[in-house]
Design a protein around this ligand. Sequence first.
Ligand SMILES: Cc1cc2nc3c(=O)[nH]c(=O)nc-3n(C[C@H](O)[C@H](O)[C@H](O)COP(=O)(O)OP(=O)(O)OC[C@H]3O[C@@H](n4cnc5c(N)ncnc54)[C@H](O)[C@@H]3O)c2cc1C
Length: 500
Amino acid sequence: MTAPLPVRRPVRHVVIAGGGTAGWLAAAALSRQLGSLIAVTLIESDEIGTVGVGEATIPTIRRFHEIAGVDERAFMAATGATYKLGIAFEGWTRPGDRYVHSFGTLGRGTWLGDFHHFWLEARDRGFGGDIGEYCAEHQAALAGRYGKDGSSEPGPELSYAFHLDATAYARHLRALSEAAGATRIEGRIADIRRDPDTGDIATLTLADGRVVEGDLFLDCTGFRALLMADTLGVGYEDWSRWLPTDRALAVQTPAMAAPPPLTRARAHHAGWGWRIPLRHRVGNGIVYASAHLSDDAAHDLLLAGIDGEPLSTPRVIRYRTGRREQAWAANCIALGLSSGFVEPLESTSLHLVMTGVTRLMQCFPFDGIAGPVRTRFNEQARAELEGVRDFVILHYHLNRRDEPFWADRRDTPVPDTLASRIALFAETGHAHQDADELFRVDSWVQVMLGQGVYPRAHHRMAGIMGDARLRQVLETMRRDVARRVASLPAHDAFLATHLS
Ligand SMILES: Cc1cc2nc3c(=O)[nH]c(=O)nc-3n(C[C@H](O)[C@H](O)[C@H](O)COP(=O)(O)OP(=O)(O)OC[C@H]3O[C@@H](n4cnc5c(N)ncnc54)[C@H](O)[C@@H]3O)c2cc1C
């Protein structure tokens, strides 16, 4: 005799606690895609506010925007957005150096091996130039060019993302969510009740006494993690031994005359600083380890590195790098800062919210929450965040700077998953992207080379070509990239015409 199947509570009402970017991204996608099947309610508190940062994104945002019904032009106009083709890393191996991690593809490889093997072969023979010369996004970013819709040479569209105003973005997503049927409740969640039989979250009580019931809850309450940590007691896996920065300071400055389609990440003696150019202003900030830099000194360092008068008062944001041990526990899913945090070096947090929401919609528990679905969701969330963690550690670990903070980063053993990846590349030139991993082979290659790892060997297929042939193949690719980039308009000119 088989045991009777457990009775499950169907999920008809999703309650989102928190209206930062995470909450509104979830509300926008759920209400647009599943709004005819479920009710979506979001609770946010103006009194508490949002973290108010999170302004650099990666190309996956465009796919999510299609899912959530975000029109690109309207969104760009509403959020003062600019295009982004990559990130310039300054001073990450030693002060004064620079490399770019672009969103593009490096050259053209073959089924046998990726392009960088050919480039490494040429480099050994004394030609080939910089690997960035084989990537249109890389070159366009440095040249301050971007355009589309017939304004560039024929060919695949450049791979791009956006810089955006986080507060305006949440506002824009809110308007879309409400238009798609989501209900917004303003109020502070003061009490959370659990079902005594199942342990599930049953109700959220607001400070004014209103009670909100739900079947599935999304914890989007930011670093507070009100539902996941305080109520369900889900622990936090601390990763600060590998990524010890624990504070950030952000400040806004006036717009640049010609905003580049590139985020800047400049290393300093105890962390790094960002510059994110928007149309109406620039977002600046620094990330630092409080064990190596006081808040006052960080404040001075931030203000010394900005262009123009500050438009806001810098405020300290505290965080602990790591991940919530379960992204989904009982009938609650953590999204955004409540689910964990890896510093914004590679602009991954909003992406992780988006993949979390997408995954939830793909396995949505209309007929009740089944344990195996939760387990699978948690495994994917863990693998994804660990991949991001390793990629970010890579930048820190492979430095040659002298300061104690950087010497510690070099000397601290990295996770085994990353150590084997570095060793593989250093020995053979092979790089890989595993299932559930965000970063492409070309991302790993750009950062490994950028951080100074030149492999001892590479695939010998590249050695079959004689000098003249190899030169010719590479030169053709380089010329194609240069021609394509030269055909693009200046980024600021394109923004002005495209968004007018
Ligand atoms: C310094 C820094 C820089 C960053 N830069 C980037 C970047 O460039 N790119 C990127 O992708 N990500 C970045 N991030 C991450 C990004 O900011 C977040 O992932 C994103 O903003 C989502 O935040 P959130 O919605 O989870 O939290 P929050 O913005 O903190 O929102 C929490 C919400 O919960 C509500 N709330 C909390 N408690 C209660 C309560 N008791 N009752 C009712 N409501 C409540 C709040 O009012 C708010 O609406 C950065 C993060 C930091 C710290």
